[in-house]
Design a protein around this ligand. Structure first.
Ligand SMILES: [Zn+2]
Length: 370
């Protein structure tokens, strides 16, 4: 395997449609990637690829314990060229679940359908699950005692590197009184890895995908160590990929899972490879600092700013708004993230401007000025 070169997102982006391996007449679905790291890629699927996607999601939802007896709210966009909503719908159909395509635009509609349909599961982005919980509080809707007892969380992390729930995961679990499952999907791989009840990483479906975790030099890292997720697809007709560097960093665990499955599990995505920070001889991801700041008392808002200092170290500054003391935060960061960056109190507006620059689609807590 190591003698086959890897391919990165940049190359795939530059030669996007050169990766299509079938005549256009065989293409039945055309979607785009989310484009969080540049221009969204076009991705094309044949009929067999769509079926493979359905099988993948059936296996993934089965991991989370879903059965034909479940009624599932798909609170994810089915349109806007996304693959995810389509994939979940196909997989749930394969499982025989009852599906309610509520979408991701109206928390009021979600609450109304919970009341009327009494679903058992919701599939959504964590930030939308929190928006629904806010709406429930505001309107006096008793979310904790509703019928939804499982939340399949997509697109944003709900766990820290040690697989314990992060602030977002804990908030969802508590507001919904539901079991939360993390699922990680990549459009280009037409694949997702979903957690089982053990919550110890997303199970890989080895008949569809091969994963390697590589270090900065392209060498495999030890079991449980974080590196770049590199994937090879099996069974794809339209746009198969061999040793595709996803740019996402996570660990792979190969030991037997508590659920009895022998398949490897992919841990929490700790960050993008190009976000990795160098700081006085150690390297770390902004997500490690963000996890500490999210859990800290008296931090209403924050943003982490990285600048280039020299070849060996980046300058990291944390801007916060809230009552927390700089000394206490420095201590917490030193203890949990092993570094003590500059911390500065600033006005809410300054953080808002950094978090949401013009034309940004997503609020960010990390600003890279290197
Ligand atoms: Zn398991």
């Amino acid at each position: 395997m190591a003698s086959v070169p890897t391919v990165d997102k940049h190359t795939v982006s530059e030669r996007n449609l050169d990766f299509l391996c079938v005549p256009r007449a065989r293409v039945v679905e055309i979607v785009t990637t989310s484009g969080t790291t540049g221009k969204p890629l076009l991705w094309m699927l044949t009929e067999a690829d769509v079926h493979r996607l359905a099988v993948n999601e059936r296996l993934s939802f089965a991991c989370a314990g879903l059965t034909a007896g479940d009624t599932v709210l798909v609170a994810v966009a089915m349109d806007r060229c996304f693959m995810a909503g389509l994939a979940y719908w196909l997989g749930l159909r394969e499982l025989g679940c009852g599906i309610v395509r509520v979408g991701a635009s109206s928390p009021t509609l979600v609450l109304e359908m919970i009341e009327r349909v009494q679903p058992t599961v919701i599939v959504a982005v964590p930030s939308f699950l929190r928006v629904i919980a806010d709406k429930a509080r505001e309107t006096g809707f008793d979310l904790r005692n509703c019928t939804v007892k499982k939340a399949v969380c997509i697109g944003e992390p709900i766990r820290d590197r040690d697989l314990t729930l992060n602030a977002s995961g804990r908030a969802i679990k508590s507001a919904w009184d539901a079991r939360v499952y993390s699922t990680y999907g990549v459009t280009e791989l037409a694949n997702s890895l979903c957690e089982c009840d053990a919550g110890a990483g997303g199970h890989l479906h080895a008949e569809q995908l091969h994963l390697e975790i590589l270090d900065d030099l392209g060498q495999p890292v030890a079991d449980g160590e974080v590196g770049e997720v590199v994937a090879t697809t099996f069974g794809v007709e339209g746009m198969p990929l061999i040793r595709y560097r996803t740019g996402d960093c996570a660990a792979l665990f190969r030991a037997l899972c508590k659920c009895g499955r022998t398949s490897p599990r992919l841990g929490a995505i700790v960050g993008r490879k190009n976000q990795k920070l160098k700081f006085k001889g150690t390297s770390l991801f902004p997500s490690m600092l963000a996890a500490v700041l999210e859990a800290a008392e008296g931090v209403e808002m924050f943003v982490i700013v990285a600048r280039k200092e020299n070849e060996l170290s980046d300058a990291i500054e944390v801007l916060i708004h809230g009552a927390a003391s700089v000394a206490t935060l420095r201590e917490a960061l030193q203890a949990r993230a092993k570094i003590a960056p500059q911390i500065r109190h600033v006005a809410r507006e300054e953080i808002e401007a950094l978090q949401m620059p013009p034309l940004a689609r997503k609020r960010r807590t990390f600003v890279d000025l290197r």
